[in-house]
Design a protein around this ligand. Structure first.
Ligand SMILES: *Cc1c(COP(=O)(O)O)cnc(C)c1O
Length: 382
């Protein structure tokens, strides 16, 4: 169905970004992180584009996301689920060939029952907490987790495929925690190997580390934000990545108003002189942050315009001054910047957040329209 707001997703940019990441990763394989609907870009099309660009693994945050990839026919690549809770459909996950992350002993107990139903061992990656204090098992409990996993492997419950950890501060090059985490990961991996683990892949690097830390690549890197063309380290520039998403809208109406007109809820913007306003049908229901009221800029009628007044659920207003725009004319909220529109990175800076949040929060009611990779359908499978 036709929508007045669209998120155009350039699949060629996604494939190109993955190719760039692969080149930068040296010999390491690339796991494209496609969690949260591929950071808002659309799970299945983005996954296929990433595979077309040379990713050989996919990563998701939820069992349900992994199952969605499999039921869409994305079958050729291993898919790792990095986060799960007790009671999820593990039998289904194992039967669908999803790799699972084991960061705590309860997971091994869950898998014992699941693999009986699935009829084959689970493929698991052991998650070490090397200093982020979020997921995974820390150094004190690590030997016990490794022993439990190896015992379960010997019993045919699971196969220990990988070992992994995650950086807390890789986007701040030189942060002292980075070297400490690399050292802890190396130690914890070696300890597990001495205990008998035979890892196919050891992996630690997110986008920032994949692009800036050769010593953190190990066998596999796990970029997310860079796949979508947004820089993981804004202070170091774009790394040659190309933003994949452009958010556009068609204006609903354009009208003259007199000086002194209060605009939108709360009248936080008042026109200084007679001026032309345009109503843009995109609001926080579409992922335009309300926090961007009176601050975010968009590209309209060839120029940057600041949002005038509050962002509403379904719309906001811009002040065109004496410029004109036809009702129905397209405006660009953010994109790669080719035509002077802001980037998601610029919106993030204006709002005091990160580009991840800008693209990921684009609402479910905004259709994703795909361009740039016409042969992608089915090309990545098999
Ligand atoms: C999301 C995620 C990544 C990707 O992080 P980026 O900063 O987007 O590159 C990597 N590894 C894990 C475990 C993740 O959850």
């Amino acid at each position: 169905m036709r929508s007045p707001v669209e998120a155009r997703v350039d699949l060629g940019a996604i494939a190109g970004n993955v190719a760039l990441l692969r080149e930068r990763a040296g010999g390491a394989a690339v796991m494209a992180m496609v969690k949260a609907e591929a950071y808002g870009h659309g799970l299945v099309p983005a996954a296929r584009a990433a595979l077309a660009g040379g990713a050989t693994w996919l990563g998701v945050a939820r069992v349900a996301e992994g199952l969605a990839l499999r039921s869409a026919g994305v079958a050729g690549a291993p898919v790792l689920v990095v986060l799960s809770v007790p009671g999820e459909p593990y039998a289904e996950a194992v039967a669908a060939g999803l790799d699972l992350t084991v960061g705590a002993p309860w997971m091994i107990d869950e898998l014992r029952a699941a693999v009986v139903a699935a009829g084959r061992p689970a493929r698991v990656h052991l998650k070490a907490d090397t200093g982020m204090s979020r997921g995974g098992t820390g150094p004190a409990e690590w030997p016990a987790l490794v022993d439990a996993a190896l015992a379960a492997e010997a019993a045919g419950v699971l196969r220990v495929v990988g070992v992994m950890s995650h950086f807390a501060c890789a986007d701040e090059p030189g942060h002292p925690s980075i070297a400490r985490q690399v050292a802890a990961f190396t130690e914890m991996t070696e300890l597990a190997e001495k205990a008998g683990a035979r890892f196919e892949v050891r992996h630690l690097a997110n986008s920032a580390a994949a692009l800036t830390l050769p010593e953190a690549r190990f066998d596999l890197v796990r970029p997310g934000i860079a796949v979508y063309g947004l820089t993981p380290v804004p202070a170091l520039g774009t790394f040659g990545l190309r933003p994949a998403m452009t958010l556009t809208a068609e204006t609903a109406l354009v009208k003259r108003v007199p000086a002194g007109s209060g605009v939108s809820y709360g009248h936080t913007y008042v026109t200084e002189r007679a001026t032309t306003l345009a109503v843009v049908p995109a609001g926080y229901g579409d992922g335009v942050p309300r926090h961007g009221s009176n601050t975010l800029e968009i590209l309209a009628a060839g120029r940057r315009r600041r949002i005038a007044g509050r962002v509403c659920m379904d719309q906001f207003v811009i002040d065109l001054g004496d410029d004109d725009l036809a009702a129905g004319a397209e405006v660009t909220l953010f994109g790669p910047g080719d035509h002077g529109e802001p980037t998601a990175q610029e919106w993030a800076e204006t709002l005091g957040t990160i580009s991840y949040e800008i693209v990921t929060r684009v609402g479910a009611r905004v259709p994703r329209v795909y361009t740039g990779l016409p042969t992608v359908e089915g090309a990545a499978d098999g």
